[in-house]
Design a protein around this ligand. Structure first.
Ligand SMILES: Cc1ncc(COP(=O)(O)O)c(C=O)c1O
Length: 453
């Protein structure tokens, strides 16, 4: 190799740089433990520097020690610090440690979920995981699905399957008639994106009103369906949400599922967040009706503490995905399961390894305990909120998401958010809810502390 290629870029065939590569790895382990996982107090990430100072790509490669120093000086301190015990902003968890190491393992193996021959073991593993989660949600033995890089992609895949189920020619000829999708007004914006991408148009996404907690109102759903039917229009999908993005509300899944079945409409449940309630004794009943779904989105990267990305879309009938994508892989062995023809992504990481390791390490009891603990911590957080004169709960939380507002007319929610973050106390997000910016806390940190001094 030429001079510009450092010997430690790759393992040498004679193993002579084995120790040197090991030291390189250890340096990263030290960095992760000492500079990232240990940042549980202090700031939430320093303000963004005016410009990324050393951005230019050098002519000659820089030594590893230099790069480690740069990571410590420039990158880590300016990153959002989710490890802070007061971080409760969005649906971002600190990752289970094993999933951090698993991500490195995935990179080292570098298999590709595109096809069986590129990831034989992980094709089987993903199928088994999909089967396990399908059973967990009660989808039955003919269910299938795929892991995806996030919930947006899972929702898009589900809507594609639903569209091509009703417009069977759509994958070849394109969309021949406009079709409506029904979601609640609290649904995630990924449904707007999906309607755009599928060529159906965002205006054909009909948002049904919710109650003050953010749960879809059944009367309004009936009314909308009747109005549409009067115009000769049958929606191609009804979406219910299990764990809305702002309030964590769960729609009445059983009722919505029954309506969808009765009218012969595809029923999708976006359980990206709230699907993890399946592990909670006290909240599992809220998911009653999820087993009626034709498709489900679930994100272990959110409330199951798996390092992102790790999400999935499950379908009641496995062949629907292949039919929806309708793209064989001519350069692969078509006698095998090739996930590349079942997903929107081509090349894809083997996230199954990370998810499998997390589940093996936690066991089902570990999953239950972590979820229950976060629900208990939410109750304590809400009690604390009620003792604070300057803030109030907006609604009773369903899960581990609590929404608050300032009670002092002179202090806006945005001002409170800024003050708390600047003081290094707690980091809450500021989503738009019914026309106002409110404070949202997602109680996910296993050592959460909201009353920082
Ligand atoms: C209910 C819900 N569905 C879908 C998504 C999209 O998931 P992702 O951010 O993984 O694409 C989110 C994101 O927060 C969400 O809250």
């Amino acid at each position: 190799m030429g001079e510009a290629v450092h010997p430690d870029f790759f393992m040498s065939p004679d193993g002579s740089n084995r120790e040197s590569l090991r030291q390189q790895g250890y340096r990263f382990v030290d960095l992760i433990i000492d500079d990232i996982l240990s940042r549980t107090t202090g700031d939430f990430g320093q303000p963004r520097p005016p410009a990324i100072a050393p951005f230019e790509i050098p002519e000659h490669g820089r030594p590893m020690v230099d790069l480690m120093a740069e990571l410590r000086r420039t990158v880590i301190p300016h990153s959002l610090n989710l490890h802070h015990r007061g971080y409760m902003g969005h649906m971002d968890s600190v990752p289970l440690a094993i999933t951090i190491w698993a991500d490195a393992l995935i990179a080292a193996l570098n298999n590709n979920m595109l096809s069986y021959e590129l990831a034989p073991f992980f094709t089987d593993l993903e199928q088994q995981l999909i089967h396990w989660f399908s059973q967990l949600f009660g989808l039955g033995d003919s269910a299938g699905g795929t892991l995806t890089a996030g919930g947006s992609l899972a929702n898009l895949t589900a809507l594609l399957a639903a569209r091509n189920h009703t417009q069977t020619e759509a994958s070849r000829r394109g969309v021949t008639m406009p079709q409506m999708a029904l979601v609640s007004e609290a649904a995630h914006t990924s449904f707007d994106k999906a309607m755009n991408v599928l060529g159906l148009g965002q205006d054909h996404l009909i948002r049904i009103p919710t109650n003050p907690r953010g749960e879809l109102q059944i009367d309004a759903l009936h009314q909308t369906l009747d109005t549409l039917a009067g115009r000769g229009c049958i929606p191609f999908v009804i979406v219910a949400i299990a764990g809305t993005t702002v309030t964590g509300a769960i729609d009445p899944l059983a009722e919505i599922g029954a309506i969808a079945r009765e009218r012969g409409i595809w029923f999708h449940v976006d359980a990206a967040y709230g699907g993890a309630a399946i592990f909670s004794e006290s909240r599992r009943s809220h998911l009653r009706g999820i087993e009626l779904a034709d498709s489900i989105t679930f994100n272990p990267q959110k409330w199951l503490w798996v390092a992102r990305t790790c999400a999935m879309v499950l379908v009641r009938h496995a062949p629907t995905l292949g039919r929806a994508l309708d793209t064989p892989l001519p350069y692969m062995d078509e006698a095998q399961t090739n996930y590349g023809s079942l997903t929107l992504q081509g090349t894809r990481r083997t996230d199954s390894l990370k998810l499998w390791l997390a589940l093996q390490a936690l066991g089902q009891s570990g999953c239950r305990q972590l979820v229950e603990d976060s629900l208990m911590a939410t109750e304590l957080f809400c009690q604390w909120v009620q003792r604070q004169p300057q803030i109030d709960l907006i609604c009773e939380p369903t899960l581990n998401i609590a929404c608050l507002r300032s009670t002092d007319p002179a202090v806006s929610n945005a001002m409170l958010q800024k003050q708390w973050i600047a003081a290094g106390r707690r980091w809450l997000s500021l989503p738009l809810w019914r026309g106002d910016r409110i404070l949202k806390a997602v109680v996910l940190h296993p050592h959460q502390q909201w009353h920082q001094p």
